[in-house]
Design a binder for this molecule. Structure first.
Ligand code: FES
Length: 119
């Protein structure tokens, strides 16, 4: 069974865009589905994609050794099993928990594409 770490950006732009409500929705949905043992909820950021927020990053926990500076908490790493979701809302967050976390099915249509969004 896969394990995950779900980070909701806590940077000021994402916060202004509603990231606290997104984090709250994640907490509630993980709890309603009893998924806490499989998914740690964390507040990361700022990832540098403020214009695309609220931003959420989900990574599969593979037992990788954690860098003491935890760069993964504020940037995308390009690791396998890393998913970046942009423009998140509480509704989208619930869907991502239901599909990505509960069924191991990343919601590809909600992925953000930072390379296309400059400017
Ligand atoms: S504040 Fe969230 S990416 Fe910058």
């Amino acid at each position: 069974m896969k394990r995950y770490r779900l980070s909701v950006c806590k940077g000021s732009s994402c916060k202004a865009g509603g990231s606290d409500a997104v984090a709250q929705a994640a907490r509630e949905e993980l709890s309603a589905r009893s998924l806490q043992p499989r998914c740690e909820l964390y507040r990361g950021g700022c990832y540098g994609f403020c214009h695309m927020g609220p931003n959420v990053v989900i990574r599969e926990e593979t037992g990788r050794k954690r860098d003491p500076l935890s760069p993964e908490d504020y940037q995308l790493m390009g690791w396998e099993g890393e998913a970046y979701y942009s423009h998140m809302t509480p509704e989208k967050m619930r869907r991502v928990v239901a599909e990505h976390i509960a069924q191991d099915k990343p919601v590809i249509e909600l992925f953000g594409h930072p390379e296309e969004a400059e400017g």
